[in-house]
Each structure stands twice: as C-alpha cells, then as structure tokens.
Design a protein around this ligand. Sequence first.
Ligand SMILES: [Fe+2]
Ligand SMILES: [Fe+2]
Length: 170
Amino acid sequence: MSSLQWSEELVLDLPLMDETHQEFVELLQAVHAADDATLQDCWNTLVEHTDQHFAQEDRWMLATKFASSNCHTLQHKVVLQVMREGGERAAKGELFVLREMARELAIWLVQHTQSMDAALALHLRRVGFDPVTGTVASPDNLPRDLIHGCAGACSGDDEEEAGQAADAVH
Ligand SMILES: [Fe+2]
Ligand SMILES: [Fe+2]
C-alpha cells in the first residue's frame, strides 16, 4: 500500500492545524519509506510530533469550553498510548508492529481529520479563536455548558469512540 499523501481533502482552513497535519503526513511517509535500520528512529520522531500535535489541539479545546474528558481528547490519549506501545514492541525486535500501525495510522488520520478535527476547526472559527495568541474574538458564541462530545463529530459515547480509535490502530 502506498503511503498517505497530503491533499486538499485534509485541509481544514486553520493554518496552524493544517501545518501540523501536513508535518504528520510527512513523518508518516518517512516511516513508510524507512528500512529496518532507521524504522525505530522515524517512528520515535512521529510519536514525539504526535504528542505535541494532540497536546496542541487539547489545549485549544480546553480554551474554548470543552470538558477535559471530551471524546476527542480521549481518542488522542488512546492513539498515542497505542503508538508508544508499538515503539516498546519494536524495541523488543517486533518491527513488523510498526509497519502495521503505520498502515492503520494512514487510514485513521484521514478519518480523524475529516471528523473530529474538522468539527474542532469549525468550532474554533465560530468562536473566533486565534491559535497563536489563544484569544477568543467572539466569546458570545461559546456554549454556556462544557462540551463533552466532539462538537458534533461523534455520537457522544466517549467509550465507543475511544474503542474505535484503538481498533483503528491495532
Ligand atoms: Fe489533528
Ligand atoms: Fe485531533
């Protein structure tokens, strides 16, 4: 299977988020292209980048009325945990685990970007959130109550969403 390519389908019109996703695609391409000698280094770079990528989105959610236990953040936690476990198995010699995870991540990234991240980008635009300064230009558009779901991208069943995330990368 060829590796994931950056395309218009992944653009969400939120520059900092789009840049981060484009970097993710490039790092995943490097994993796909890596030989056995460089695979773990490429994987570790992807995991570190993903840690920052998810933390950045989690911060934006917390700044705009998402509950800390919202299902988007929960999915980030599950996926990052699975990626770290992949790194641990590779360190014991099971490199094939990383190659399987890389294939699944290419599918997962498209689904996640077009659902949870797309909903987040829409929400951030609606409230006038500036990712660089962290300011909200239209606080009147913030919901009164904390958001526990994904701002419209999921059923609101946190455990089911997290389970799907885990399935996607296993
Ligand atoms: Fe993202
Ligand atoms: Fe996300």
